[in-house]
Design a protein. Structure first.
Length: 392
């Protein structure tokens, strides 16, 4: 069914890097979400009224909030697809994150409302009328939600949409919620216990938990998050694949929406390279990264000594010492300044975020002692940095 809908409504469906194609995927997911959730809301609301079940009605309004969420997502996707303009040169892609954040608040509002009603039913329990027809309808809604979850997960994975992936997770949560509701009906029928209010509380807490997770996942790109390891490896491998590039570091990626990213990186070149030839190479890499990866990349050239044996050897010595003392640390921008009394080894030291000031100073002194132990003429001058990439 998913592939059929994609083939029917999305032209050029394989070109997922194209903004228009991505918008089409988002619109399709939103329309399907609106239609399915409105249908489920009507079924569950009628069933809840007929059975006098607060948990069924809570589940119904959860579906209504999901429909409202799909409407907000639809608007967000359409706004995110707008092209760049003078005021927003990096496009409008972050509208998608803002829409998802609004969705999170809608889900949380429904959860709080249902929790209030459910607590009232716990304090003042009422009997629930069991109806096989309603139970079958609820079972059907479970199947619909399972399909919606798989639908959103597949489309979200195809276009790398956090909103769709969050919607898929929310749909799987709804499956558990409706299952709990059906369970409360059977418990009431078989035992006579009035557990409807308690199940309503469980349903409400599940809705609140889903809303909290959506908000948390949406805030990450809005606040600015570390580079995904796969993206980091892809960009560095692309840059370092060119002849004349000896290495790279300090990669930073700024996200302006799922399909709009800007990055900066330091690329190491031989200090003996012709400056115009190196500049031409850098320009070519930037153009080809934009063409092949749809990332606007700005490259800073760092000259690296490749012929002076003493500099090369001292860099290797420091790298081995750092690797042995802290495998998660690294160095770059290494240079040597020879003085009359001592040799200064100047470099940037990248340390883990888990290090506080005391641990940083401890590592610095251990590196200095080890370097001094191998070459008494050397003094280390270090600039401490943190990495911008996520841990593996």
């Amino acid at each position: 069914m998913t592939d059929f809908l994609v083939r029917l409504f999305i032209k050029d469906r394989e070109n997922v890097q194209d903004g228009k194609v991505r918008t089409a995927y988002g619109v399709l997911a939103s329309i399907v979400g609106i239609a399915c959730n409105l249908l489920l809301f009507g079924i569950k609301l009628v069933g809840g009224i007929l059975m006098n079940s607060i948990s069924v009605m809570a589940d119904a309004f959860n579906n209504l909030s999901d429909a409202a969420s799909s409407i907000v997502s639809f608007v967000g996707v359409k706004l995110a697809g707008r092209p760049a303009d003078e005021a927003h040169p990096f496009g409008h892609g972050r509208y998608e994150y803002i829409a998802a954040f609004i969705v999170a608040f809608l889900v949380l509002e429904v959860g709080f409302s249902c929790l209030k009603s459910s607590v009232g039913k716990v304090l003042h329990p009422e009997s629930v009328r069991f109806d096989w027809a309603v139970v079958l309808l609820l079972a059907l809604s479970v199947l619909v939600k399972v399909w919606m979850a798989l639908f959103n997960r597949k489309l979200g994975g195809r276009i790398h949409s956090k909103v769709m992936q969050a919607t898929a997770a929310d749909s799987f949560g709804d499956v558990l919620v409706t299952g709990a509701t059906v369970l409360s009906l059977f418990i009431g029928k078989w035992t006579g216990l009035k557990v409807d209010g308690y199940m309503g509380v469980i349903v409400s807490l599940a809705v609140l938990f889903a809303g909290f997770n959506i908000a948390k996942d949406t805030l990450k790109p809005l606040l600015g998050e570390a580079i995904d390891r796969e993206v980091y490896d892809g960009i560095t491998a692309k840059v370092e694949s060119y002849e004349g590039i000896l290495g790279s570091h300090d990669l930073i990626v700024h996200n302006y929406g799922p399909t709009h990213s800007m990055a900066t990186i330091h690329a190491e070149v031989s200090n003996e390279s012709d400056i115009e030839a190196a500049h031409e190479l850098i320009d070519r890499i930037e153009r080809e990264v934009l063409r092949d990866m749809n990332i606007f990349l700005v490259i800073h050239m760092d000259p690296v000594e490749v012929r002076d044996a003493s500099v090369v050897e001292r860099r290797r010595m420091v790298e081995e010492i750092v690797e042995e003392l802290e495998p998660d640390a690294s160095i770059h921008d290494f240079r040597v300044v020879n003085g009359k009394e001592q040799v200064n080894l100047i470099f940037d030291l990248v340390v883990p975020y888990s290090y506080d000031n005391a641990h940083e100073m401890e590592l610095v002194h251990r590196i200095m002692d080890r370097v001094k132990g191998q070459d008494t003429h050397c003094e280390c001058v270090m600039n401490l940095e943190n990495s911008f990439v996520q841990k593996k």
